[in-house]
Design a binder for this molecule. Structure first.
Ligand SMILES: Nc1ncnc2c1ncn2[C@@H]1O[C@H](COP(=O)(O)OP(=O)(O)O)[C@@H](O)[C@H]1O
Ligand SMILES: [Mg+2]
Length: 363
């Protein structure tokens, strides 16, 4: 087991003048499950490939434990990688696929067999050891790819979107299996996904990347409760946080016809006339159509999920322009399409960001 550090690690691809990954700085603890998440092209795979030794590091350093591995070849880094497409050998059995790296390393046959059988037991693959990959389901192939990494007992697991070839239902059950397996084995893991739900449910901590730049690295809880900037606020959470540009008023910000109290320090930190306020869909108090209080929202669509429902509506929040909003309501008290709701952001549950820089202004 080992720690992993990205120390201002930068990758500039030949022929490009903009780094694909720009001075990435993350310290990963021994045994931690760290998820790198962000939209397509933000530099997740490049970061992982730098750690694996599959991509040159143009500036900065990468360390595993106390070893500087920045310029070590992949085979000397003591890592095992699971790819999106699994990269199984089609002509080999499951057992041979799982044991292949050990065979190349000259590990005695009996020992390979033992390790493969142990891993197969953990992964529920025992009865498939003699099959070829084409005779397996997608979920089973995914587990073989995991098994191949496990038998090597590496210091670090690297996984690049290992669930993206599975259907939605299997993806949910497999993500739980991988997370609990990782906790059981205690091997430091760096896991890449573009799916923020996967990131939030699996990671001890989550690192959000955008355009090659680290936006925030934090526990899922902190990431949700205190997003560091507008990008993270909009990216983490589903449905997304409502983000509305509103005028600054005495003692707070003007949210429709009510003033929402906002931390004075947050507003003094900007010279702008407006700020962007963020409210998650579950953080509104809702009053009925007769209510005078709060912001009037016209209900356009209601998405019923059983326990609760999401109201997609529009309202005049900041100025004269109508703005789309999402509000979570109880599944037992669902408004009619076309009706009007009155909503007030719950106190202490608003987020304030600078409209011009995107930085978080509130605590
Ligand atoms: N081999 C390559 N040569 C040149 N540019 C690349 C190469 N691989 C990736 N890129 C570029 O680097 C950026 C980051 O890519 P990548 O790390 O694959 O993103 P992600 O995995 O987050 O989708 C993208 O703009 C991509 O086009
Ligand atoms: Mg990728």
């Amino acid at each position: 087991m080992a720690t992993v550090s990205f120390d201002k690690a930068t990758r500039i691809y030949p022929g490009s003048d903009k780094p694909a990954v720009d001075a990435l700085d993350i310290e990963i603890a021994d045994g931690e499950f760290l998820v790198l998440v962000g939209p397509s092209g933000c530099g997740k795979s490049t970061s992982l490939r730098m750690l694996a030794g599959l991509e040159d590091v143009n500036a900065g350093a990468i360390r595993i434990g106390d070893r500087d591995v920045t310029h070590l070849p992949p085979k000397d880094r003591d890592i095992a990688m699971v790819f999106q497409n699994y990269a199984l050998y089609p002509h080999m059995t499951v057992a041979d696929n799982m044991g292949f790296a050990l065979k190349i390393a000259g590990v005695p046959k009996a020992e390979i067999r033992q390790k493969v059988e142990d891993a197969a037991k953990i992964l529920d693959l025992t009865e498939y050891l003699g099959r070829k990959p084409k005779a397996l389901s997608g979920g089973q192939r995914q587990r073989v790819a995991m098994g191949r990494a496990i038998v090597r007992e590496p210091q670090v697991f690297l996984m690049d979107e290992p669930l993206s070839n599975l259907d939605a239902k299997l993806r949910v059950s497999t993500r739980t299996q991988i997370a609990s397996l990782q906790r059981r084995l205690g091997i430091t893991t760096v896991y890449v996904t573009h799916d923020q739900v996967e990131a939030m449910t699996m990671g001890d901590r989550v690192a959000v990347l955008k355009d090659g730049l680290l936006q925030q690295v934090d526990t899922p809880r902190n990431m949700y409760d205190r997003p560091a900037n507008l990008f993270v606020a909009g990216f983490i959470g589903s449905p997304a946080m409502n983000l509305v540009e509103v005028p600054i008023a005495d003692g707070g910000v003007k949210f429709g016809n009510s003033v929402v109290p906002v931390d004075r320090d947050a507003l003094s930190a900007t010279t702008d006339k407006t700020v962007t306020v963020g409210v998650r869909p579950e953080h509104f108090d809702v009053a009925g159509p007769e209510s005078e209080k709060g912001l009037a929202v016209t209900v356009n669509v209601v998405e019923e999920l059983g326990a609760d429902a999401y109201v997609y509506g529009s309202a005049k929040v900041g100025g004269d322009d109508s703005k789309d909003l999402v509000v979570r309501v109880s599944g037992r008290d669902v408004p009619e399409k076309g009706s009007t709701l009155h909503i007030v952001p719950r106190s202490g549950e608003t987020h304030v960001f600078s409209t011009s820089t995107g930085a978080r202004l509130s605590d």
